[in-house]
Design a protein around this ligand. Structure first.
Ligand code: HEM
Length: 304
């Protein structure tokens, strides 16, 4: 006979008895949002990463307030919050007080990958929602202009290795970046009066045309040129060909520590697809709260 403690353990199938339609409800909310606006899918995937790296995967990213995580610099461009709210309000009707916002974000991230052509994986569930959210903690997130050694350190602090780093940054196979986060590479990189030498000279005019010097820094450009809405390993081929858009992506190829991991994914789309799900489960385990460490919020934007 099933032991009761097992029911409350963080695991795949956590809502099997308490809210059997939980996964379907989240999936249909994400599906209709992405159908209406495909840029929501990368928005939600990134939201999950930013949730997990700051205070654990506990929906602290969703809390509204004057100095919550949401207001931190790296989070200002996040998209898709309304989809999480829509899923939550449907879940509260179906099974009140049962499904955490942290689990909704984890499921919605998986669904976003699948909707853009990635392979599915089983998401362990049973996270509880956190009570704390501080903008200052967003410094835990890796920055696009930090050296690879710093990226590795920030991932290691979360129990994620170099292989996870290279695999998870493959999330950049969908979505866009603002010109403002990479145009410094195009004209006067590190005060050299020249572009970043990691950029392929044949790619440079394309990027310069998209982001002219002194132009609109909020304009968005695909992170995976030629395949912005489709999940797959083309991102790594672009890195190899000097077509990485943000500096930290380009360095995954130019730095030998990470290059060997990028090489593994070249030409092996199914290997990347499989390993992405595995690393997402690992990232989804970061700082998971159980029992009294958290709660099941009534609405995702505020603690109870
Ligand atoms: C070294 C680690 C990483 C750095 C430095 C980084 C940095 C960035 C930057 C600068 C952007 C552009 C933001 C903007 O201009 O709006 C971005 C976008 C994005 N990131 Fe990352 N990222 C990292 C890892 C990850 C990981 C692990 C994931 C997911 C598993 C991820 C998913 C995304 C997605 C999907 C977008 C596109 C968002 C959109 O289109 O709205 N990133 N990232």
């Amino acid at each position: 006979m099933e032991q009761l403690w097992w029911r409350w353990r963080y695991r795949v199938g956590f809502y099997k008895y308490t809210c059997p339609r939980a996964e379907t409800i989240v999936q249909s909310a994400v599906q209709s949002a992405v159908k209406a606006n495909p840029t929501i899918a990368p928005g939600i995937l990134r939201m999950f990463f930013h949730d997990c790296f700051v205070n654990g995967c506990d929906a602290s990213i969703l809390l509204k307030g004057t100095s919550t995580e949401k207001t931190g610099g790296p989070n200002l461009q996040l998209r898709g919050f309304e989809v999480i709210d829509a899923a939550k309000s449907q879940l509260e009707k179906a099974c009140p007080g049962v499904v955490s916002c942290a689990d909704i974000v984890a499921l919605a991230a998986r669904d976003s990958v699948v909707l853009t052509g990635g392979r599915s994986w089983q998401v362990p569930l049973g996270r509880r929602d956190g009570l704390v959210s501080r903008a200052s903690d967003t410094a835990n997130l890796p920055a696009f202009n930090e050296p690879i050694s710093a990226q590795i350190k920030k991932f290691a602090d979360k129990g994620l290795d170099i292989h996870d780093l290279v695999t998870l940054v493959g999330g950049h196979t969908i979505g866009t970046a603002q010109c403002g986060v990479f145009s410094y590479r195009l004209y006067n990189f590190n005060n050299t009066n020249r572009p970043d030498p990691d950029i392929n000279p044949s790619f440079l005019p394309q990027l310069r045309a998209l982001c002219p010097s002194g132009g609109d820094g909020s304009k968005r450009v695909a992170l995976d040129t030629g395949s912005v809405n489709s999940f797959g390993n083309s991102f790594y081929t672009n890195l190899k060909n000097g077509r990485g858009v943000i500096e930290s992506d380009a360095k995954l190829w130019s730095d030998p520590t990470t290059q060997k991991f990028v090489k593994r994914f070249l030409g092996y789309g199914s290997l990347f697809d499989f390993e992405f799900g595995r690393s997402m489960v690992k990232m989804g385990n970061v700082g998971v709260k159980t029992g009294k460490q958290g709660e099941i919020r009534k609405i995702c934007t505020a603690t109870n």
